[in-house]
Design a protein around this ligand. Structure first.
Ligand code: ATP
Ligand code: MG
Length: 339
């Protein structure tokens, strides 16, 4: 991977990052219609590149089995979380990705501390976990609707003033702990304008095949737009950290939101730079012996190694190029232990 490409991706996502320690006001600092001067056609081409880069890096991440990645996606209703996940992850091996959607907590979940249910869904090493809504709901919807907090059955001491600052600190500490132990936390907020939300809601009503996506609750939440903007602004200011910064992705243009999300994820994976494990010389020698044995089983008239015959640069071939195989590689003699 060229450094130049990595640099271009870093430059592309820089304006979207919330500088740790900065005080954010969403409506002043981030434009939902920003598109970095790109045209849609070019954007779609870039998304294709991003998707294939993601596939390559995810394969290496899984093979190395040392790091895991947690992608948290937050947005207001109709912000495009589902479509972003579908498009950005379209090229990756489904075995290496786990998506969890978080809704109103169940009775069992409410019987634990507020981070418990999210901890159940963290990635394993080698895996990318996506949170469709995340632990950040605990300082967003729960803040805008205090009745959710009541259902959390907190003791009196935990309900006193300073609760939100304490939650911000606990979330930052939790993410720091994950990062220190090999789990990168990537946080994306899809920033939709109020007018674009209105348009998307209307589309869901106008098109019968989209009716199922519409919920009256979404319109009720829209009435609290300003409260949500404030809660998001405060949350972004308090929880964008050096180890897990927030990216505010302009979401009014779906294609731009998707390339931005892909770029943020690729940037993280490039930073990890996972490597395929090197099996070591001894194991490699054993592989070559097995290879030689398999080559001996080639039916008459077929190449000894069909793969190497069309990929001559494949390393470690014992094929002489004439369909015949070379000499049997010698196994390294292991020193006998003295009794
Ligand atoms: P979509 O509508 O695209 O299917 P969604 O994420 O909006 O996806 P819904 O089932 O419509 O899913 O809504 C989930 C609801 O759960 C949201 O209103 C969200 O605010 C709420 N929710 C999520 N986490 C919590 C929480 N910890 N406490 C209370 N409500 C929560
Ligand atoms: Mg919804």
């Amino acid at each position: 991977m060229t450094d130049e490409r990595a640099e271009r991706i870093a430059d592309f996502i820089r304006p979207l990052r919330v500088k740790p320690g900065s005080k954010v006001r969403l409506d002043r600092d981030f434009d939902p219609r920003y598109k970095a001067g790109l045209k849609k056609r070019k954007g779609i081409e870039l998304l294709r590149t991003g998707v294939s880069l993601l596939a390559e890096y995810q394969d290496r991440l899984a093979a190395q089995d040392t790091y895991g990645v947690l992608l948290c996606l937050q947005a207001l209703d109709a912000g495009g979380k589902d479509g972003t996940i579908r498009h950005v992850m379209s090229g990756v091996n489904p075995q290496g990705v786990r998506v969890s959607s978080f809704k109103v907590p169940s009775a069992e979940e409410l019987d634990h501390d507020y981070l418990w249910r999210y901890a159940q869904r963290l990635p394993t090493r080698g895996e990318i976990a996506i949170f469709n809504r995340s632990h950040y709901e605990e300082v967003l919807v729960v803040r805008v609707h205090p009745e959710h907090l009541v259902r959390q059955k907190l003791p009196e001491s935990a309900r006193r003033s300073g609760l939100w600052d304490r939650r911000y600190r606990e979330i930052n500490d939790w993410e720091r702990h994950l990062t220190d132990n090999g789990f990168k936390v990537v946080k994306i907020f899809l920033n939709l304008s109020k007018e674009e939300q209105r348009t998307r809601f209307l589309k869901r009503i106008d098109l019968p095949e989209k009716n199922w996506k519409f919920s009256a609750a979404d319109v009720r939440e829209r009435r609290r737009w300003d409260d949500y903007q404030d809660a998001f602004s405060e949350m972004l200011s308090a929880t964008s950290t050096k180890w897990a910064p927030w990216y505010v992705v302009p979401a009014d243009r779906k294609w731009f939101a998707r390339i931005s999300a892909a770029a943020v994820l690729v940037h993280t994976l490039m930073d990890i730079d996972p490597q395929y494990p090197d099996v070591g010389n001894e194991a490699r020698r054993d592989l070559l012996v097995t290879k030689w044995e398999l080559e001996q089983e080639a039916p008459a008239g077929t190449p000894a190694d069909p793969y190497a015959s069309v990929h001559p640069s494949a390393s470690g071939t014992t094929d002489r190029g004439d369909g015949q195989t070379g000499n049997r590689p010698k196994k390294k003699k292991r020193k006998k232990k003295r009794g």
